[in-house]
Design a protein around this ligand. Structure first.
Ligand code: NDP
Length: 271
């Protein structure tokens, strides 16, 4: 019997997830169907419950429903609790389990696809929204030398740091963009949505250390952050690998099979 999965979002037509999961399913011989479902902005829960009643086995959740999915879940994984958001739902007999695979996807993209080790590195995380929150714990687990969070609204970065103090063993701190002057980093991750508005971040010169990896979470366009990093001599990556890797992690959670992401990423990049 074919198992049914879906991604819920609004808008959702642009989502690459149906294509990615179809490629994973074909590659691993899994009998499953994966569709995109446009949930009304005020009707996420109803949409998901309808899908469960119709026999759905699991779902991904994208903007703007990740916090609603967190509230809907009756059980949460440790990484979903840390992220405060859910991007993967598993429908069990007596539970709706909420998970978050975004952070694992980012770390796996860096390690596997980009060959970049985070251990001991000076890491700068730009942004303090949902995407930033979701990657803090997975980054800390990789034992960087330091992790600095900088955000336009400094209070939000401070709050984020406070909520991870127990896991951070003294290596986590926050900063304003302007007070980053004079510091340099081996890894700079842009988890702001500035690129969506073609906005430039007010970053001081010199933050990209020699050999730095500049990671833009956004994908599908070249952002001002990417241009700036490239000009400074940094190696630049976009978030397409993270997208594919978070999908692979969700696929693994649902099916117990880890897909080979390399050909899928190659196919998406070629398109
Ligand atoms: P949120 O809306 O939760 O947070 C947005 C963040 O961006 C905030 O920190 C906000 O700062 C900051 N920001 C927005 N505009 C500007 C600007 N002009 N200058 C400086 N800072 C700005 O968004 P998300 O955290 O959900 O998403 C962030 C990015 O990550 C998006 O581009 C999204 O596409 C990408 N993403 C990629 C994924 C992938 O798989 N590749 C997965 C998830 C997200 P402030 O607090 O001051 O408002």
């Amino acid at each position: 019997m074919t198992d049914h999965y879906a991604v819920f979002g609004n808008p959702v037509a642009h989502s690459q997830s149906p294509r990615i999961h179809a490629l994973f399913a074909r590659q691993s011989g899994q009998d499953m169907r994966y569709e995109a479902i446009l949930a009304p902005l005020d009707g996420f829960e109803q949409s998901v419950r309808g899908f469960i009643t119709a026999g759905g086995c699991g779902a991904n959740v994208t903007v703007p429903f990740k916090e609603a999915a967190f509230r809907l879940a009756t059980q949460l994984t440790t990484r979903a609790k840390a992220a405060g958001a859910v991007n993967t739902l598993i429908f069990a007999e007596d539970a709706i389990v909420g998970d978050n695979t975004d952070g694992a996807g980012l770390v796996r993209d860096m390690q596997t696809n980009l060959g970049f080790s985070i251990i001991g590195k000076r890491v700068l995380l730009l942004g303090a929204g949902g995407a930033a929150r979701g990657v803090v714990l997975p980054l800390l687990h990789e034992e960087p030398g330091s992790l600095v969070i900088a955000n336009r609204s400094a209070g939000k970065a401070m709050k984020l740091v406070d909520s991870f103090t127990d896991d951070a063993h003294g290596i986590l701190s926050c900063s304003e963009f302007s007070t980053l002057a004079g510091q340099s980093f081996d890894l700079v991750i842009n988890a702001t949505s500035a690129g969506l508005a073609n906005a430039e971040l007010p970053l001081p010169d010199g933050i990209f250390a020699p050999g730095c990896l500049a990671y833009e979470m956004l994908y599908g366009r070249e952002t001002a952050f990417m241009r700036r990093a490239a000009l400074a001599g940094a190696r630049v990556a976009d978030g397409l690998g993270m997208l594919v890797e978070q999908a692979a992690e969700a696929f693994y959670v649902w099916r117990g099979v880890r897909p080979d992401t390399v050909p899928v990423l190659r196919e998406l990049r070629g398109a």
